[in-house]
Design a protein around this ligand. Structure first.
Ligand code: R5P
Length: 262
C-alpha cells in the first residue's frame, strides 16, 4: 500500500472505526425521501460524521467546500430505478476525484446480477486508476433485486471485491456476519438499508461492530429519522464507544429535537 493510499484510508478511520454518512441515493433513485434538498439534510449532520459518501453533483452543489470532512466519491452509476440496476458504468474519472479532493472513491458491484462481469470490470479499472494516484476504492456490494442477503452470497461478493483490490468493502449485515468479515481481508462496513425503527438500526450497527465490522455507511436510517442529528450521534456512540443499542437509544431520545430549517 502506498503512503498516499494509507494516508487517505486513515482519514476515514482515525481510530480504526468509521461512521460514513451515505447520501448518494439520488444517483439512481432521484429525490429520495429525506434527501430532496441535500444541503438542508447534510449540513446539520456534518459535525457528527467521519466522512461523507456522495456523487460529484451533490458535492459541488450542496456541500460547503470549506468543511473539513473526508469525501467518499461515488464514481459508478448511469442507471435508474426504472431499469436494470446492475447495468452501471464508471461515471467519474480519477482526475475528477482528485480535483474534488476525495479521500476514497466508491464503485458498486452486483455479484450474481445480469451485469456482474461489467461491474467487476468497473471495480478493477477503478482500482487500477486509483493505484496510480494512491486513491482507495470502496467496493459497494449491491444486491440484485432477487438476491438473498445471506452470508454465502454477501461473503462471496465481499471476498471478490477484496481480491480485485478494494481497500474497504461495504455490505449488509446478515446472520453469520462474522464469517463474511473473516473471509474478507480488508475492512468491512455495513449499509443501514431501508428505514427501520431507530432501536433496530442501532441494534444492527452494534451487532455488525461486535461481529467485526469497522463501522457503518449509513444513510436512510439517519436522514429519514425523526431526529437525524440524534440518530447519527447514537450511531457514533455504538461505533466509536462500543455502546449497546439501549445506551445508544438513550442518546437518541435525549437529543434536542431538530429545528425546522428552510
Ligand atoms: C446505495 O444506494 C448507496 O450506496 C447507499 O449509500 C447505501 O445503500 C447506504 O445507504 P443506506 O444506509 O440508506 O442503505
Amino acid at each position: 500500500m502506498t503512503w498516499g493510499l494509507q494516508n487517505r484510508v486513515s482519514r476515514l478511520m482515525k481510530d480504526g472505526r468509521t461512521v460514513m454518512l451515505a447520501v448518494d441515493h439520488g444517483y439512481f433513485q432521484g429525490p429520495t425521501t429525506g434527501l430532496e434538498n441535500p444541503r438542508r439534510t447534510v449540513t446539520p449532520l456534518l459535525p457528527y460524521a467521519d466522512s461523507l459518501m456522495l456523487t460529484r453533483g451533490v458535492l459541488r452543489t450542496s456541500v460547503d467546500p470549506s468543511q473539513p470532512l473526508p469525501i467518499v466519491l461515488r464514481v459508478s452509476g448511469g442507471t435508474s430505478v426504472l431499469k436494470e440496476l446492475s447495468d452501471e458504468v464508471v461515471t467519474t474519472s480519477m482526475e475528477e476525484a482528485i480535483r474534488l479532493n476525495a479521500s476514497a472513491v466508491a464503485v458498486s458491484i452486483f455479484v450474481g446480477s445480469e451485469h456482474e462481469k461489467e461491474t467487476l470490470a468497473n471495480l478493477s479499472e477503478t482500482v487500477n486508476a486509483g493505484e496510480r494516484y494512491g486513491m482507495p476504492v470502496l467496493a459497494v456490494t449491491a444486491v440484485g433485486r432477487e438476491m438473498a442477503r445471506d452470508a454465502r452470497y454477501l461473503g462471496l461478493a465481499c471476498r471478490i471485491a477484496a481480491e480485485l483490490g478494494a481497500s474497504i468493502v461495504k455490505t449488509y449485515y446478515c446472520e453469520g456476519f462474522r464469517k463474511v468479515v473473516e473471509g474478507c481481508p480488508v475492512p468491512v462496513i455495513i449499509a443501514g438499508g431501508k428505514k427501520v425503527p431507530e432501536r433496530d438500526a442501532l441494534q444492527l450497527a452494534a451487532s455488525a461492530v461486535k461481529d467485526g465490522a469497522v463501522g457503518v455507511d449509513m444513510g436512510r436510517n439517519v436522514f429519514q429519522s425523526s431526529n437525524p442529528v440524534g440518530m447519527i450521534r447514537a450511531v457514533r456512540a455504538v461505533v466509536h464507544e462500543g455502546k449497546g443499542p439501549d445506551a445508544a437509544m438513550q442518546i437518541f431520545e435525549k437529543a434536542p429535537t431538530p429545528k425546522l430549517v428552510r
